[in-house]
Design a binder for this molecule. Sequence first.
Ligand SMILES: Cc1ncc(C[n+]2csc(CCOP(=O)(O)OP(=O)(O)O)c2C)c(N)n1
Ligand SMILES: [Mg+2]
Length: 328
Amino acid sequence: MASSAPRKRAATVITEVDATRATDLYRTVARIRAAELVLQRHITEHGFGGFWHPGLGQEGVQAGAVAALRTDDYMFIAHRGLGYALAKGMSLESLFGDLFARTVGSTGGKGGGTVHFVDPERGVLGQGGAIGSSFVLGAGAAISGQMLGTDRVCAIFFGDGASSRGTWHESALQASVWKLPIVWICENNGWAVSARISEQSPTENIADRASAYGVPGVIVDGQDAIAVFDAVTEAVDRARAGHGPTLIEAKTMRIRGHYEGDRQKYRDDLLVGDEIPRDPLGILREHVPASVADQLDDDARHEAESVLASVLEAPRADPSIIYKDVWS
Ligand SMILES: Cc1ncc(C[n+]2csc(CCOP(=O)(O)OP(=O)(O)O)c2C)c(N)n1
Ligand SMILES: [Mg+2]
């Protein structure tokens, strides 16, 4: 089932459902984009206490994939951006609150940024700070769903760099044998910090590794949110029906540095100007009336600006909460 070219959507005729879906995806991508840009500006002007790994340009993967999940499906996010958590229904206030260590954050102000975004009611289980640990944690969440007799699926996001961890291989083997309800979503943006994909993988496609474990490997154009939604929907249906995991590789690109402020001297493919190649918003605009898209852009910008302003006014947490929620 592995393929060497991005899967094309079969449907070229826009149905009523497609138009609604495209508008919903546009709204989500626009909200993520606006949050990314407002953070980028703030960090450039005022600096930042931690690391912000921008997900600019990768919003199509995040919005498209999460739209294919139910609210009660589990999800392990990756560190690049906040799109996964926002798309799953967490409020922008709770995410900015985490980034700026304010009490309104999902961790109540303990900070830590993207790594600690959490919302069990919406299935957002955070991520492991050690890249690749989410593969085993996610397998555990999937087993728990199975043992409790639910039909919950667990989506696990990760990068091309993380795909080389042994943890993927051991959990892939077990997940395949036990038919765990997992969808692995690899955001292949071509870089792991300063290492090109060609320096860390002997094969061009991460998805090709799936065949070794007897699971489908699907390549999808990560800039096309609808194509991502279609691919993840098929994988989610398969997992929910008890047929086991799927590996989806979304081809995307890292627009900015590994972290905001990274000068990227190692890079020979730096973009000039602000234009995002194959911009996920531009691709969705083919399916959304211009006036609707313009309004959604305005709404998203307004939301990001006003939420950032109010979060920066919110109180910082008292240091005494530092051990709250720590399991020992
Ligand atoms: C086990 C482990 N090794 C190294 C790191 C440091 N680190 C954080 S992100 C990253 C690169 C990840 O690259 P990729 O998975 O492609 O994700 P991307 O940053 O491109 O989104 C590394 C090496 C870490 N957090 N954990
Ligand atoms: Mg990468």
